[in-house]
Write a protein of this length. Sequence first.
Length: 736
Amino acid sequence: MLPTNFSAMFNFEFHFCPRLYRLFFVSLLLVSSLTVFASVSLPGLMPVPAEVHYGTGRFAFTPAWQVAISGHDDPRLRAALARMLRRAEERTGLTFAHLADGEYSFSANVTGASLVVDCVASGAAVPVLGDDESYTLEVTPAQVILHAPTVLGAMHGFETLLQLLQSDATGWFLPAVSIKDQPRFAWRGLMIDVARHWQPMDVVKRNLDGMALVKLNVLHLHLTEDQGIRIESKKFPRLHQLGSDGHFFTQEEMRELIAYATARGIRVVPEFDIPGHATSWVVGYPELASAPGPYAIERKWGVFDPVLDPTNPKVYELLAGFLGEMAALFPDAYIHIGGDENNGVQWNANPAIQTYIRERNLKDNAGLHAEFNMRVHAILAKNGKQLIGWDEILHPDLPAGSVIHSWRGPEGIADATKRGYASILSNGYYIDLCYPTWEHYLNDPVPAGANLSPEQQQHVLGGEATMWAEWVTPETIDSRIWPRTAAIAERLWSPRDVRDVSDMYRRLAVVSRRLEEAGLRHESYLDPALRRLAGDDAKLEEMAALRSFVDLLEPVKKYRRGGQQPAANQFTPLTGLVDCTRPDSAAARAFASQVDVVVFAQSWSELNARPLAQTVLAWKSTAAILTNGLAARSPRLQESLPELQNLTAASEVGQEALQVLASGQVPAAGWMPVQFAKLERAGEAHVAVELPVIVALKLLVAAAAAQDQRAQLSAEAWKQHLLSLVTPIVKPVATP
Ligand code: ACM
């Protein structure tokens, strides 16, 4: 097996400790520039298969490409094959053999076929937890053979095959390779909150296509929230009629969505968040709340008081009817009942509820919540369903067989599995919080050395990326999900020791393009969005500057956007500057590696510094073009002026540091703190946007200030010295 790439040499473990964080950060900078040419010919497989052995030679991919089905055959397999072949045609521009009715022509001759698909059996018609998803793929110069115990495995094999497809001057080909693959975790999910901002059918479908591409197998739909009920109830129509502004999936549409997911080997797990996060439920049924109504759909973001009244028999009548209806609609064995963030305000203020708690010896609100969960559990069990809920449902009275969905902290998985509950990890996979990809990537449900017994480890089903929708619309949501979720998909599929961050980034750039080809819009949403911000009279040069500017910025992380835009609510258009920036700026990462080359080299080199000098000069020019032109004219872009000032200031510090380095003269004492202070100001967020190049610039300043020591120190000691100078602003980022 070939080494995945050069940077494997730099691999090390990372456990969210400040010192390692610092080391990690810098090593990331150090290796990123080296790996680009070292591994450019390797395919962009993501997730990395369990076993890959590259051979010699290649299978030429030509219009004569033909498939034979040698084992189990069924319409789902045929449809998946047709999708794969169409994507291959679109990518290569080749046209394969089609029949008159448009279907692909399959070969009856196994020995002569280009690709032999050999499935043993269908597998579950609707995917279930624990399905056999394995496959093997053998590419030799003579033939490609895909074996799989089930159609699900074959579908994963098709995705791998498409990811292997490459071209060079001789044409399209698959490299000779032997792959034996199966997932590490059975539960590999993406949660989409379709409730806070409504996300219609086409958004969910294109994201299902993206999920299939990276072998995710659970779509968790967060269907109810304070801000909306997004599913039709025939039994309790006031739920969706009064709680949705008319934006909901009809049951027929949901069946269509489930069929779409099923065809791609993806389970659909619905969430109905109760008893809290339930304002939209009590708009139509105010008598079910724990305080008198009337209620209106919540428009703001946060944690709100309305909560179902667990002492009211009518609540269970509604839940028995509604959940029974949903149990019939959704084929999956699991129903998620939320259970998070009940703030207790309405329960505390209601004397009848507090009396109920006392009389039943329920102890406190948590005891009441636990009793509620037991009753909901009984309803689900009667309908043949298993219960999942967020961390907060963990309680000594929680019935066995329930699943804990961990979101609040790393201890959630340990607590739940210690008590024998199966568990799913989302803490560390909150993609709505705009953290860089590598943080999610290194977040492992069962890290090496985890303090979990073998039995506890068995209870860890996997994980889910969570796309909460306070700050996304159908236009922008893909840019918050992709491509970062592909790295999470790899964490959940690939062996634990696949954790080379720079190779991940190399492959992520490739898979990101494939995701766009599959219909996602995480890149392509941007041009029209920028055009709208710019207004109708923007010049070409200004549009180019605007693109460079937003490429360098990032949305603020964690829950800071609400603090930056406190007046925003469900009606606020999400078409501002921040909505045109994306998490984990590739331009900022590229800049960090340019700095790395300059500051960690043995000595100053004008040649090494040239790309860096060009970059900071380009920033200054970008800022000038926009500040004096477009941003002054366009009402939408005026909000960008403070960040343009930040960019100007950052580029000036960068230029000055480079001049100091070029001069070879150590600046006066006090120069470095002054530059650091300028950088910290330049790093301040405005309109929920920030400039993520501050740490790299600080390294550059530190290298300039301490340059007289460079020749006297070993490479390692010099690196440590620089790191010690920038330490104060490199902080570990806490997960929520
Ligand atoms: C959650 O983020 N409240 C589950």
